[in-house]
Ligand binder design. Structure first.
Ligand code: HAM
Length: 419
């Protein structure tokens, strides 16, 4: 067997790769219309960006990072997520000293050494948006609305939004103590106890039934929010209602990253089985300081492109898959092949999507290629046509064929396509 893509990864090949591109565009579209600028950071970072940014108690940092020493002996990690790198880049570029909030969007591949299954990959794609430098709850609502818009623009009907507040440095410590005390009375395995000691909130995220059963009656953060966090959360909920964004309060939603404060949210799709989260995000008011920056209250999200594609399939939504060409050129003979090289360039320069039959195929084989291309018009160039400075223009739907002068073939083609 020839070499295979690594476990937990897959290739994007036509025609389905076009669906992924469309999903990326649709998910990023609303943010781009709302003043978010494009940011691109390296695929790998100093390991400390994630160890300090995402948090040592998370599965991502503890178990899932692709970390290695480079040839210069630096510890490098393939990015498992985009928020910590974006904050690192903003601080490095000094953007926090300019107009705030800094609004950015990104799209790309991320890497986590996870147990591979449908919807959970080791290399996966996200579209993300981050707004740094404001604690205005209207910004929380803006971001949630932008994500909801992206899913709605794709035609998804059954996404659900779960909303929570995780409190801040004022109220979280007391909640942590209450939670730790409660967890101390449970029958938990050694590993879970260790996680609970590092970050008791992680246990709320434990999906195993033997843990979930014991969590009935667990103290909830919603009962421990300080006045500031309560006010912020009420404002966000109010704005979302004004925007007509439906949400469910989910007081046990903690998310898998340690940087969150206050607003947290997740979009789920029930057609996906176990990997139901198609996107998520929240505030990370302390992340800048964890990366040696100044206080920079911020909020953002990342939406999973692979899972959104699966959600579309689950709802039976088909995006147009084919990157269709409009015109297909069939050269017959050496002279025609030579003339075709510049003809293709002229048609493409005129903005007409054009392809041709390569490899000197005969008329029958070349016409099969024309059919498969989905082109509306085929231009056939035989030796006799060339001698008369014409091409035969075939309308693929009607089968009608007419000669077109090569001198104005671009104009003629454009006119016929416009009909
Ligand atoms: P996250 O919840 O870890 O958040 O990932 C966001 C989304 O990426 C998930 O909801 C899911 O759709 C997709 N995703 C995550 N892991 C995988 C995987 N192994 N295979 C396929 N899809 C996956 C973050 O990454 C945060 N950086 C979001 C954020 C931005 N928070 C604030 N700003």
């Amino acid at each position: 067997m020839s070499l295979q893509a690594p476990k937990g990864t897959y290739d994007l090949l036509p025609p389905t790769s076009a669906v992924h591109l469309k999903v990326r565009e649709a998910l990023a579209g609303p943010a781009r219309l709302a003043g978010y600028g494009y940011v691109e950071t390296p695929v790998f970072e100093d390991t400390a960006v994630f160890a300090r940014g995402v948090g040592e108690s998370t599965d991502i940092v503890a178990k899932e990072m692709y970390t290695f020493d480079d040839k210069g002996g630096r510890s490098i990690t393939l990015r498992p997520e985009g928020t910590a790198p974006v904050v690192r880049a903003v601080l490095q570029g000094g953007l926090q000293n300019g107009h705030l909030p800094v609004k950015l969007w990104y799209a790309g591949s991320f890497y986590r050494y996870e147990r591979a299954q449908k919807g959970r990959y080791r290399s996966f794609a996200q579209v993300g948006a981050e707004a740094l430098g404001s604690d205005d709850p209207a910004l929380d609502a803006e971001l949630v609305w932008l994500a909801a818009r992206g899913f709605a623009d794709l035609g998804l009907q059954t996404t659900r939004l779960l909303l929570n507040s995780l409190g801040d440095s004022e109220c979280r410590p007391a909640y942590r103590s209450a939670l730790s005390e409660f967890l101390g009375g449970l029958d938990l395995d050694e590993d879970t106890r260790r996680r609970a000691a590092m970050n008791p909130l992680r246990v709320l995220d434990d999906k195993r039934p033997q843990v979930q059963e014991q969590l009935a009656g667990v103290p909830l953060i919603s009962e421990h929010l300080c006045a500031g966090c309560r006010e912020h959360h009420d404002a966000v909920r109010g704005y979302l209602s004004d925007l007509g964004v439906a949400f469910t309060d989910e007081p046990r939603l903690v998310r898998g990253l340690d940087y969150y404060t206050r607003t947290t949210f997740e979009f789920v799709h029930d057609g996906l089985g176990a990997q139901s989260a198609i996107g998520g995000g929240g505030r990370y008011d302390g992340l800048s300081q964890a990366l040696d920056g100044p206080p920079l209250p911020s909020i953002g999200w990342a939406l999973g492109v692979d899972r959104t594609v699966l959600a579309l399939a689950a709802e039976g939504i088909e995006l147009t898959q084919r990157e269709r060409c409009e015109v297909y050129v069939v050269p017959l003979g050496a002279a025609a092949r030579r003339r075709t090289v510049s003809l293709l360039a002229a048609l493409r320069l005129a903005g007409i999507a054009t392809d041709c039959a390569y490899g000197g195929r005969g008329l029958k084989g070349a016409m099969k290629g024309a059919d498969r291309s989905g082109a509306r018009l085929t231009l056939v160039l035989g030796d006799r046509d060339l001698a008369g400075d014409v091409a035969q223009c075939k309308d693929m739907a009607s089968g009608e064929q007419t000669p077109v002068a090569l001198a104005d073939v671009v104009e003629q083609t454009r006119e016929r396509l416009a009909q």
